[in-house]
Design a protein around this ligand. Structure first.
Ligand code: SF4
Length: 408
């Protein structure tokens, strides 16, 4: 059976570091102006070479997403971007537009190409077609069942198949949607979706504007357009059996806390799958961990052909989230057995804090927070630098989370 590659979103250099630290096999990055995740989720061109070099030091591959639906002007801007990616040594380019593929071929640059899920590849002949164009890996449409995935993978063993296994789902077909462009002028097809499908909606009949039709599930929120999040951690053996190579996590816009938890949890699960291939059972603590990051309840999406499950969002909540990020480790001082933390959020001595290491979770006592002068501090704010005693080596970039008041 093929070994599985955990492909983690790395929206910026810090997130790349997080992905490396917590166990990614590969990362995908966006380049300013050419990916489907705009603004803060892209690498500036001058940071790409450093990022690639750093990932390669750890044996981690870097895939660059150029998966916009390009206009003519975009194609004109492409050659210099390709040069940058080629010189940086990225391991593949992820694209969805045949025009981008043709521009790469015309440039003479020899970089492996992956086809983005945005290309909506749903059948064997489409995979063969893209294979004939020199595409090496296909990120199949999220709308396929696992049986269809297995049929495709078996029919084209020379191609690599990748699937999304975790993260937000679109109610549009693999993200092809104009809702955001219509409502806010920011287009999902340029990676700039504002997620209006998750806003509150009611349906008004034109002649009765004061009588909204009851299509919302409660007074606050309509769930008709809003999906649960995908989570396939319990089904990794099924995915492996289906002949999949890449396991992709959604979320280049998400926080380093989200990345740390998802990467670490899937890493643990994949290690277990590798050690005990015939006896894999998802551990309750993995599911509990994935419940500690922002989510809207989890679903297996279309993989088991239970489409109705996708939209079953509980009317009780918009998001579930029991913990949030309060800081990251800036330094470990072995002589003083303490960590220096860059605070990202307000925290007090009443908070319940945990330090996430790649192989362990350690409680931190906020009553022992100290400042540069070793004085105790009762609270800290975004931008503060504080110390906690920790009696083991801690990597820079490790994440500290806090239980959100009221959650259990
Ligand atoms: S508005 Fe919703 S359905 Fe449309 S692209 Fe954005 S996330 Fe997807």
């Amino acid at each position: 059976m093929k070994s599985l590659e955990l492909v983690i979103p790395a929206g910026n250099p810090e997130k790349l570091h997080t992905a490396i630290l917590y166990g990614a096999d590969a990362v995908y990055i966006g380049m300013e102006g050419f990916s489907l995740r705009a603004r803060q989720a892209e690498f500036a061109p001058e940071h790409i070479a450093d990022g690639v070099q750093r990932a390669h030091q750890y044996g981690i591959k870097v895939y660059a997403a150029l998966n916009i639906f390009a206009r003519n002007q975009d194609l004109k801007n492409l050659p210099p971007a390709l040069e940058i990616l080629n010189e940086a040594g990225v391991d593949a380019i992820i694209l969805s537009d045949p025009g981008v593929l043709r521009t790469i071929r015309k440039s003479g640059i020899e970089i492996p190409v992956h086809l983005s899920t945005q290309a909506n590849t749903t059948n064997v002949e489409a995979v063969r077609f893209w294979g004939e164009q020199g595409v090496r890996r296909i990120v199949l449409a999220r709308e396929l069942s696992l049986d269809e995935v297995a049929e495709i993978a078996a029919a084209v063993p020379e191609m690599e198949v990748e699937l999304f296994v975790h993260g937000a789902m679109c109610m549009a077909y693999s993200g092809r949607c104009f809702l955001s462009a219509f409502r806010t002028g920011r287009s999902s097809n340029y990676g700039d979706c504002t997620h209006p499908c998750r806003w509150e909606h009611v349906l008004l009949e034109k002649t009765r504007p004061t009588e909204p039709l009851i299509l919302e599930e409660d007074q606050r929120y309509s769930y008709l357009l809003s999906s649960k999040d995908l989570c396939m951690i319990e089904y990794l053996p099924d995915i492996q059996k289906a002949g999949v190579t890449g396991l992709k996590v959604e979320g280049r816009m998400k926080s380093v806390y989200y990345l740390a938890v998802v990467t670490r949890t899937y890493r643990q699960a994949l290690n277990e799958l590798q050690k005990k291939p015939g006896q894999f059972i998802a551990r309750p603590e993995w599911l509990a961990e994935l419940g500690m990051i922002s989510n809207r309840g989890y679903t297996t999406g279309f993989y088991f052909q239970r489409e109705s499950m996708i939209n079953e969002v509980s009317p009780q909540v918009k998001y579930y989230q029991t913990h949030d990020l309060v800081g990251t480790v800036l330094d470990y001082e072995p002589h003083a057995a303490r960590i220096l933390v860059g605070v990202r959020n307000q925290l007090t001595e009443e908070d319940r804090l945990e330090l996430l290491l790649p192989d362990a979770t350690i409680p931190l006592d906020p009553g022992q927070m100290t400042d540069d002068n070793n004085y105790k501090v009762k609270s800290a704010h975004n931008g503060y630098r504080i110390y906690f005693p920790v009696h083991r080596n801690v990597p820079v970039g490790a994440v500290i989370r806090r239980q959100i008041t009221g959650s259990c």
